[in-house]
Design a binder for this molecule. Structure first.
Ligand code: SF4
Length: 329
């Protein structure tokens, strides 16, 4: 037997065929019933992949269904106004993703007559679609044998092997293990393993379908540092008069959430007793948010928005949360 043939059957010390057989059998039996798995339509796959970037599955499910109801096809999304897209996206954060989604939808309609490109290479030319998302859409929706590497896949691959690997080596390792006959399922299975079994802090190795082929069996998790959350206090003014709320709009040039509407922020030490407080987390910061009654600060330039119009505006996630807590939307 030649060295090449031996390598094709065993990737490093992992027997490729046995690995994919066990992984896919486990995936077929245990995969989560998620709405974007109901069919492999590229628009649905794309939407779920973009929403899942930096957002937990449980938070995405509700937003995904709401977004799909409002924009059921790529053509409907392309024809929408940006403010409507941002309004439906509100609550998911990282609004640049929504803007890129909208821009890519327009490109697909304008340059591809509303049909998605079918290869990862072509998909990657669209706005906001990087290597990972292109490979996910191409493999799941079009069966192209291309591997994906996200945070979950990276962790699983690191733990499966004795020696740490990084960067391009990870893509190579994922590609070497890929089951070409079911590339979309294989990619989802490896991500699912990372998301539900090979967990960052405490991997459930005894439930793992590829336990017998894992070099570390979770040992790498020891010594990994847990990111420390920062804490911050912020305060917003809720000024409500004659059925309208005073809101300010972030400048178009703002680095974060440009053009989104929010309550005016005020200094936390102005001595006003809050109406209520709530907690809000963004990446590594936990905010304790105080909501104080009006009047809005004199310096804030903004608009009075009638209550029925509030939910149609692209609000920041935190403002939406405050208005919900105050039962105004
Ligand atoms: S055996 Fe444990 S560490 Fe290895 S892949 Fe499975 S869950 Fe992860």
């Amino acid at each position: 037997m030649t060295l090449d043939r031996i390598h094709a059957r065993t990737i490093g010390s992992i027997p490729k065929r046995r690995f994919s057989r066990l992984l896919l059998r486990w995936f077929d039996a245990h995969k989560r019933d998620l709405p974007w798995r109901q069919n492999a339509d590229p628009y649905r796959v794309w939407l779920s992949e973009v929403m899942l970037q930096q957002t937990r599955v449980t938070a995405v499910v509700e937003h995904y269904q709401r977004f799909l109801k409002r924009f059921p096809t790529v053509k409907r999304l392309a024809a929408a106004r940006e403010s409507s897209v941002l309004a439906v996206w509100s609550g998911l954060g990282y609004y640049r993703r929504a803007r890129m989604l909208h821009a890519a939808a327009k490109t697909i309609v304008r340059e591809y007559a509303g049909k998605f490109p079918t290869t990862a290479a072509d998909l990657q030319t669209l706005p906001g679609i990087g290597r990972y998302t292109a490979a996910a859409i191409a493999s799941i929706a079009f069966n192209e044998p291309v591997a994906v590497v996200d945070g979950n896949v990276e962790r699983v691959l690191q733990r499966l092997r004795e020696k740490p690997i990084a960067g391009e080596q990870l893509w190579q390792a994922a590609g070497d293990l890929l089951e070409e006959n079911r590339p979309g399922d294989f990619n989802q299975a490896l991500m699912e393993l990372g998301a539900t079994v090979c967990l960052p802090r405490q991997p459930k190795c005894l439930l793992c379908p590829v336990f017998g082929m894992c070099a570390t069996r979770g040992e790498l998790s020891r010594g990994q540092k847990v990111a420390r959350q920062r804490k911050r206090q912020v305060q917003y003014t809720l000024d409500c008069r004659n059925g309208s709320i005073f809101l300010v709009r972030r400048p178009k040039s703002a680095g974060l959430m440009p053009g989104m509407w929010e309550l005016p922020e005020t200094a936390t030490l102005n001595g006003t007793e809050p109406l209520f407080t709530l907690r809000h987390s963004i990446t590594v910061t936990d905010y304790i948010v105080g909501v104080v009654p009006g009047p809005a600060p004199q310096t804030a330039a903004g608009n009075w928005v009638a209550k029925p119009h509030l939910s149609k505006l692209p609000l920041t996630g935190l403002t939406r949360k405050i208005l919900r807590a105050a039962k105004l939307i």
